[in-house]
Design a protein around this ligand. Structure first.
Ligand SMILES: [Zn+2]
Length: 287
């Protein structure tokens, strides 16, 4: 190798390293920017969370999807059960308004368009969409068993909406996708095998490391706030641990659908037992 060749070679390596560093700097700068710009404090939880999607962007999308879902499914109306879902939903929403009045944020719910529908489906499930859109499946009613059970589930679903978990999940999902794309780009020149390994590690890490604990955190948050809402709406919150016990007992082949997103473990049941008295104390202060 001539001296010129040696230097050129060094220079090329240097250029390549510099290019990689630049790409990663851009990546980190991008990360820093979005995290910095997107951390906002939720008025309900007081937590700073990562969310760059505003309710103004999110709600119309959610309302649209909710309407489409209702059109494609059998919505039950004018039965004792469907009326019970609506009555309890309204009481929980009124409790939420009281909570925000108490917190000095009476306008928090102004863009919400509450709806509580019972849908004929044997799946043991209930779910929410941003902006106060709730669905109960008929399959969950035997597990809910009574008005207090329905109120605990309703409180939990409403709490997810109020804590803005939708925007947070979407932000995390989009970031995960965005970072995935960036990583895909930055590893473009790596040998195929190595590249696949890096991408696979990222995929696994992103799901297990970020998205799962993230949703566990959301479940705990929704349990706590949901219990408070049920207490403010004057339901018996001692039903909460009993309800999740019933869910857990259903396990096995008849595993309730709701358990795929709402793990019913002993910690959860213990938490709900422990938080009961403080939820009742808060309700006494607010009511
Ligand atoms: Zn949940």
């Amino acid at each position: 190798m001539t001296m010129v060749g040696f230097f050129e070679n060094k220079l090329n390596i240097f250029r390549a390293i510099k290019f990689q560093i630049m790409k990663f700097t851009t990546l980190y700068f991008f990360l820093f920017l979005i995290i910095f710009a997107a951390c906002k404090t939720n008025q309900l939880t007081g937590n700073k969370s990562y969310n760059f999607i505003s309710n103004k962007q999110l709600f119309p999308m959610a309302f649209d999807q909710y309407d489409t879902f209702l059109k494609d499914h059998e919505v039950i109306t004018n039965t004792r059960e469907s009326e019970q879902i609506k009555t309890i939903g309204k009481r929980i929403a009124a409790a939420a308004q009281k909570y925000f009045d108490y917190k000095g944020a009476p306008d928090f719910l102004k863009d919400y368009a509450w709806e509580y529908n019972l849908v004929k489906d044997e799946l043991v499930n209930a779910w929410w969409m941003p902006g106060g859109k709730i669905v109960f499946y008929t399959g969950i009613l035997p597990i809910a068993q009574n008005a207090d059970g329905v109120a605990v589930i309703m409180g939990h679903e409403v709490a997810h909406a109020l804590a803005e978990h939708g925007g947070q999940r979407m932000s995390a999902g989009l970031t995960q996708q965005g970072l995935g794309l960036l990583l895909n780009k930055t590893t473009e020149k790596q040998p195929e095998k190595k590249r696949k390994a890096i991408l696979a590690a990222y995929g696994v890490g992103a799901t297990v490391g970020v998205m799962l604990p993230f949703s566990r955190k959301h479940e705990t948050e929704a349990d706590k706030i949901g219990l408070e809402l049920a207490a403010i709406a004057v339901y018996d919150v001692s039903e909460a641990p009993k309800l999740w016990k019933r869910m857990q007992e259903l396990g096995g082949p008849k595993k309730p659908e709701i358990l795929s997103t709402h793990p019913a473990n002993q910690t959860r049941i213990d938490n709900l037992t422990e938080w009961g008295p403080s939820a009742i104390a808060l309700a006494k202060k607010i009511n």
